[in-house]
Design a protein around this ligand. Structure first.
Ligand code: SIN
Length: 505
């Protein structure tokens, strides 16, 4: 194995959280490792909605924090939500200063859109559905120009380096088939979510929870892994990953109909199309399960303006032979965001010394059981900057003996089995029978392929979903529809018991 001693911070992942952390770590030297070229292979670049922030005169961080807490179904950490909301406007302005071309009003203020479960129009967008791509382009330019950052693309995280005390001392990375031990003063994981563990996902398929799995294998505390958000309106045209039809379309007045042309949402929630995301996802799931199908009809709300106002959705629809100006868009729920993750404090510090986490792989406590729309890019920017600054200030651990742990990789055939099982048994609607069956699939894959990080991430999700015998936010149990006292899950991998023990209880 090759060895590199990096005198600074290693950041793994090049979504908005990773790039922001890398910029904020200045003047420390940053080695930024990413499998895909910048602006590819990360959910941030695919985000359509935008960034929620209290930028308008009639809005306040208190209102934004209150909406965040309400959406999270009893499990949001109110102090973290407050921090997110308070730092939100400055984070949006900082991105605008880097060149992110947010839409403006005639007076030059940020134009703000309404999305579900927000009490105000507070989502800063870019040309309808271009926010993620445009923000990432601006930040990528800044990263490439920053003298303290070295970007290594084509580099995949394979393991974490720990010393005898469990302190994380760097990573094992793979490039062109060669493994390299990279020691560093601090390691920031910004490895994204777990969408690639599901057969139907709106995220890049390579996001298979590797950072989460590796942190758990190293002994890190994990929070709320059972809480997965399913976006209600992935475009159902047989593509993997499934393109997204942004919620902003419903904010503009697009309606959901079934194959009979019936607007069905009023049957499920008083707020109809603007009901919380989990409610809309379950309603669409129910219509589809009942054989009635589900379609997003934006003909009246957007119509001829589609190419200009929602160019990404328009192009995705046309690629599947659907012209959204003339026909309703077939939609299905898809894995979209992982609320759970590696536990961090407000500085991105995990339970393992030397290891920091930010973005979707982290759990700061701001999302609870259900993330408020357009809070994810915001969280990546706010907490990515905090994690980068904290990692910069980490004490140099000195030279100690290290034990590199390089777990196996789940082969593509095993991943296909896992993805189908996760969508079937840990999807929009779950029950004990399905989750126990899923844990059996994970056991069998682990027996055949070893404890791959993707399997660890899947096991945490499934085991904690089974243990949570209630329905809350994105976690809906058809066999346990009520709610218990609100409590977050905090768990280590060692505490997640094998499936058979659950089954016996
Ligand atoms: C969307 O545009 O509907 C997604 C926004 C988000 O996930 O926050």
């Amino acid at each position: 194995m090759k060895r590199i001693r990096h005198d600074g911070v290693v950041v793994v992942g090049a979504g908005l959280a990773g790039l922001t952390a890398a910029l904020a770590a200045a003047p420390a030297k940053v080695l930024l490792l990413t499998g895909a070229p910048l602006n590819q292979g990360c959910s941030s670049a695919w985000a359509q909605g935008g960034m929620a922030a209290a930028l308008a005169g009639d809005d306040t961080p208190e209102l934004h924090a209150a909406d965040t807490v309400a959406a999270g179904a009893g499990l949001v950490d109110p102090q973290m939500a407050r921090l997110l909301a308070e730092e939100g406007p400055a984070a949006v302005r900082a991105l605008a200063a880097l060149g992110a071309p947010f839409d403006r009003t005639a007076g030059g203020d940020f134009a703000q859109s309404l999305e579900a479960a927000h009490s105000k129009a507070r989502v800063a967008r870019v040309k309808g559905d271009q926010a993620g791509r445009a923000i990432m382009e601006a930040v990528s330019v800044a990263v490439l120009a920053a003298r303290h950052i070295e970007v290594r693309t084509g580099t995949v995280l394979r393991g974490l380096l720990q010393d005898a005390d469990g302190r994380v001392r760097g990573v094992v990375a793979e490039q062109d088939g060669t493994l390299t031990e990279i020691t560093a003063r601090a390691t920031v994981l910004a490895t994204g979510g777990i969408g690639g563990l599901y057969a139907v996902t709106t995220t890049p398929a390579e996001l298979t929870g590797d950072g989460l799995g590796l942190a758990a294998l190293a002994g890190a505390m994990i929070a709320d892994p059972e809480f997965v958000q399913f976006h209600p309106t992935a475009i159902d045209i047989g593509r993997d990953p499934a393109p997204l039809a942004t919620e902003a379309l419903r904010g503009e007045g697009a309606v959901l109909v079934n194959a009979d042309g019936e607007r069905f949402m009023a049957r499920y929630h008083a707020d109809a199309e603007l009901a919380p995301r989990d409610v809309v996802a379950r309603a669409i799931h129910a219509e589809r399960e009942a054989g009635r199908g589900a379609f997003l009809d934006a003909r009246a709300a957007v119509g001829a303006h589609f190419p200009d106002e929602f160019p990404a959705v328009f192009a995705a629809c046309l690629s599947g032979g659907v012209d959204p100006r003339k026909q309703p868009i077939p939609v299905a729920p898809a894995c979209h965001y992982h609320m759970g993750g590696i536990v961090t404090d407000a500085q991105g510090r995990t339970s393992l010394e030397g290891l920091y986490a930010a973005g979707e792989c982290a759990s700061t406590g701001v999302h609870g059981a259900n993330r408020l729309a357009s809070n994810s890019l915001l969280e990546a920017a706010v907490f990515g900057a905090r994690a980068g600054a904290a990692a910069r200030d980490a004490a140099d651990p000195g030279t100690r003996a290290l034990s590199p742990a390089v777990p196996p990789v789940l082969p593509a055939s095993g991943l296909q089995i896992l993805r189908k099982a996760m969508s079937r048994d840990a999807g929009v609607v779950r029950d004990a029978h399905g989750l126990t069956r899923l844990l059996g699939v994970i056991d069998a894959l682990e027996a055949g392929h070893g404890q791959a990080p993707a399997l660890v991430a899947a096991r945490l999700t499934a085991a904690c979903a089974l243990a949570r015998a209630e329905s809350r936010g994105g976690h809906f149990r058809s066999d346990a529809a009520g709610q218990a006292y609100p409590r977050r899950t905090f768990v280590t991998l060692a505490e997640v018991r094998p499936a058979l023990k659950y089954a016996a209880e």
